[in-house]
Every structure is written in structure tokens, then in C-alpha cells.
Design a protein around this ligand. Structure first.
Ligand SMILES: [Zn+2]
Length: 80
């Protein structure tokens, strides 16, 4: 009888500490990932001449924003 109770307590303790251990490992992994630098992720770096950054203008006919350098959107009466 006593052995059964002891075995139950040991089993619960194993599950409990195993769960805590897994939680701790996950927490440390998330913290490490959050601290990691951008690394090889693609980054936008504007060119100094300003060509890669353009102001968009709203087309009054089609209600979309386009760079004026792209020319007309193809609709009739497009102002560009
Ligand atoms: Zn247009």
C-alpha cells in the first residue's frame, strides 16, 4: 500500500519537474531568438541617391497609389 502511494508521488514529481524543465528550455530558447541579430534576413537599405525611395501619388481615376514615374495605369483619363 505504501509503495503504491510512494510510486504515485514519484510519478507526479517526475512529470512536474519534467514539465518545468521543458518550460525553462523553451523560455531560454525564445529569449535567445529574440536577442539574435537580424542575421541573414533581408533588409531594406535605401540607396543614397534617393532613387529607391519614391513618393506615391493617388490617382484620382482609379484611387490607387502609384509612383508617377511608372506612367499611366492603363485606364481611360488617367492623369499620368
Ligand atoms: Zn490611374
Amino acid at each position: 500500500m505504501f509503495a503504491k502511494i510512494l510510486l504515485t508521488i514519484v510519478a507526479v514529481a517526475i512529470v512536474w519537474f519534467g514539465f518545468k524543465y521543458l518550460q525553462r528550455v523553451t523560455e531560454l530558447r525564445e529569449r535567445r531568438d529574440a536577442r539574435a541579430p537580424a542575421g541573414d534576413k533581408p533588409r531594406f537599405e535605401p540607396v543614397a541617391d534617393g532613387e529607391s525611395v519614391q513618393d506615391l501619388e493617388k490617382c484620382s481615376i482609379c484611387n490607387t497609389f502609384r509612383s508617377p514615374k511608372l506612367g499611366p495605369c492603363g485606364r481611360v483619363n488617367c492623369p499620368y
